[in-house]
Design a protein around this ligand. Structure first.
Ligand code: U5P
Length: 215
């Protein structure tokens, strides 16, 4: 059964370099160190797309040649919010891109029987409601964790949230879109769907285990 979601609210970052790196990431033979590096690299590409619409303002710069009117970022600051534990793998890449961003953490674990998400730890920047939040988790499977994290951030007053995942399942995209009509979703690939254990097919397995070598 195919799941329909609104493709207009999903950006698939399908740059050739992204597709190439993602193929290596999916390969079961790829080891922990390379997997971790690739997750970080893919986060940079996603961060680049997810920040494409940040507002700019003029700034005067004295180059060695003359004065010039240049651009700098204006407006709201950013927060990177990984969903623990796999989301941590995307933080370093995003911080390379946006060094001034603050980092908040949301801990969700998934009940192995019911697949329901449970929140066990949350620590966010104090002014999170004034920031654009990049909520990150490499895998958007059922969407349970992302939906719960989004709900939590909305309760803290965050208005602009961009969900960055590497691989998404249509089921997860639909669940997130149904629960939160204004979130923007970014993914490197939208896969076929979920298996009976709520893993993404073909996916890449358990992202947290592959990032941290706990297989
Ligand atoms: N997850 C994976 N691989 C999958 C499916 C899920 O690693 O194929 C993990 C991710 O770590 C993510 C969570 O944090 O499960 C998302 O699951 P869900 O709440 O979207 O179902």
């Amino acid at each position: 059964m195919s799941v329909s979601y609104d493709p207009a609210r999903v950006t698939v970052v399908d740059h050739p370099l992204v597709q190439h790196k993602l193929s290596i990431l999916r390969d079961e033979k790829t080891g922990t160190k390379q997997f971790r590096d690739l997750v970080s690299e893919l986060a940079v590409f996603e961060g680049y797309e997810a920040t494409r619409d940040l507002p700019l303002e003029d700034v005067q710069v004295a180059t060695p040649i003359r004065e010039a009117t240049c651009k700098q970022l204006a407006g709201r600051k950013l927060a990177i919010v990984p969903i623990l534990r796999a989301g941590l793998g995307m933080v370093d890449g995003l911080l390379e891109l946006i060094p001034a961003a603050r980092v908040g953490h949301i801990g969700m674990y998934r009940d192995e029987v019911t697949h329901e998400p449970h929140e066990y730890y949350c620590k966010l920047p104090q002014d999170v409601d004034e920031r654009i939040c990049l909520l990150v988790d490499p895998m958007l499977a059922t969407g349970g964790s992302a939906t719960a994290a989004l709900e939590y951030l909305r309760k803290q007053g965050v208005s602009d949230i961009r969900l960055l995942c590497i691989v998404a399942a249509p089921e997860g995209i639909k669940a997130v879109q149904d629960a939160d009509p204004s979130v923007k979703i970014f993914a490197c690939a939208v896969d076929e769907g979920l298996n009976e254990s709520a893993y993404i097919v073909p996916g890449l397995g358990d992202a947290g285990d592959r990032i941290f070598g706990t297989l």
